[in-house]
Design a protein around this ligand. Structure first.
Ligand code: FAD
Length: 422
């Protein structure tokens, strides 16, 4: 049997947002054969999303591995601060503020970072031929994938990472709908920095992403060294942009923020692609799935998608590809459904606001999770894994081996959130 790397001679990454930039650097760094061919394809007329500034601790060693730079150098290059978790304000029934920390608490940290700068850093680490062209289609063909371009002949690749961002429309045959997450729009404002750089070194101050419950949804506050990003996440079918802007003004005033630059209004779908991976095409980042930004899941999920595909394609024999593909796809779909359930669950106790948004979130949206995530609908047992966490949560004593049993949101995360939400 031949190791898969021999069958990965020509690889394409389509898209140069966070997900595409991670994939291009990962292929360059992890492919054992330096003679492989990598095409990084993007349409420079289609902008990257540019948001995505909260990350998990798992990103740091990955960035060090991909860029060959130290933690400190990376942090400074991305205008980063050290994120030790999330600070919730006004969520749940206890009306108190609480922290969802990375574990070990006060030790483990990710970054708040500039997504654009991280993309630049990663692209410097990728050894790729750049192709600026619009991709019309990516189709699986015998033993590979065919990429069709606007104004250029098609090219055949052994593996294609599709990182073209959100799908234009959702189709029930291709996408799992996530109706139990009650938000679909973000208004972003860029405000002055609140952390101070100290000399030449990285900022060591402990920071948390603030997640502040508001009448129309919640607001994320992300401190970078150059500015502080505020994002108001709401449901445009329940609250008008004018109502949200007015409440946003009130929050900034209460926070003592005198000036801001309006930077974007972003509509987002909550969905999971049924076929994240088909053996030769791997959807990553926002092209694969999105479950609102509350727990900053997308970059972590992209890391997992890229890691699993490269691990299996490079190190497993090609003869195993047919057998591996459905298992890998099911694992990646399950992971995202599970993230979606964890994020949707944050709303199940409402907040200190008895507004139309919070009534909808608690009483209409969340109760739909059992039907939407039923195994026959999503073709995986993510709901069972989620239920097991709730079961463990109710036990008086839990074996330590259960603490880290789920990737990403372990029992420790459930315990912190359930105590905070009440
Ligand atoms: C409000 C909000 C807040 C968020 N916060 C976080 C967070 O804190 N943490 C986190 O992990 N994630 C967050 N996310 C998710 C974030 O968007 C992603 O982490 C990240 O931006 C990944 O984007 P992407 O690379 O998949 O796509 P994009 O950034 O949209 O990039 C798409 C790329 O594809 C190219 N492209 C598109 N179509 C074509 C085509 N036809 N031909 C050729 N090229 C094409 C474009 O040129 C572009 O280069 C947030 C999302 C939103 C909406």
């Amino acid at each position: 049997m031949e190791l898969g790397s021999k069958s990965l001679r020509k690889v394409a990454v389509v898209g140069r947002g966070t997900a595409g930039s991670l994939a291009a650097a990962a292929v360059s760094r992890l492919h054992p054969d330096p003679d492989h061919e990598l095409h990084h394809i993007y349409d420079s007329r289609i902008p990257t999303l540019g948001v995505g500034e909260g990350t998990w601790p798992s990103l740091l060693p990955y960035l060090e591995q991909l860029t060959n730079l130290s933690d400190e150098t990376i942090q400074r290059s991305v205008n980063g601060t050290r994120k030790y978790g999330l600070a919730f304000e006004g969520w749940g029934v206890r009306n108190r503020n609480f922290i969802h920390s990375f574990v070990p608490e006060k030790v483990s940290y990710g970054y708040h970072l500039s997504a654009d700068l991280m993309g630049e850093l990663l692209r410097k680490s990728a050894n790729a031929r750049h192709i600026d062209a619009k991709v019309l289609d990516i189709a699986k063909v015998d033993g590979g994938a065919l990429v069709e371009f606007d104004g250029m002949p098609p090219e055949r690749y052994d593996l294609v990472f599709d990182a073209r961002g959100f799908p234009r429309e959702l189709h029930p045959d291709r996408h799992i709908n996530v109706p139990f997450i009650p938000t679909n729009t973000a208004i972003i404002r860029r405000c002055p920095a609140i952390v101070e750089e100290e000399g030449d070194g990285p900022v060591l101050q402990h920071t948390y992403t603030r997640s502040i419950a508001r009448p129309h949804g919640w607001v994320a506050v992300i401190p970078l060294t150059t500015h502080t990003a505020y994002g108001y996440i709401f449901n445009r079918d329940i609250s008008s942009p004018a109502e949200v802007e007015a409440d946003f003004d009130a929050l900034l005033e209460a926070d003592g923020v005198a000036e801001f630059e309006p930077s974007a209004v972003i509509q987002f779908p909550n969905f999971i692609h049924r076929q994240i991976y088909d053996g030769t095409v791997c959807r990553i980042g926002n092209a694969a799935a999105f479950v609102e930004p509350l727990q900053a899941t997308t970059i972590a999920a992209a890391q997992l998608q890229i890691g699993m595909i490269l691990q299996t394609r490079l190190h497993r024999p090609v003869e195993r590809l047919e057998h591996d593909t459905p298992a890998v796809n099911r694992f990646l779909v399950k992971n995202m459904v599970y993230y979606g359930l964890f994020v949707g669950w944050h709303y199940h106790r409402g907040s200190k606001f008895e507004s139309a948004f919070w009534r909808h979130a608690r009483d209409d949206a969340w109760p739909r999770h059992r039907d939407a995530a039923a195994p026959e609908i999503v073709d995986c047992d993510a709901l069972q894994m989620f239920d097991e966490m709730l079961y463990l949560l109710k036990q008086s004593e839990v074996d330590k081996s259960n603490h880290n049993q789920a990737y990403g949101f372990s029992l420790g995360s459930f315990i912190q959130m359930s105590q905070g939400l009440g």
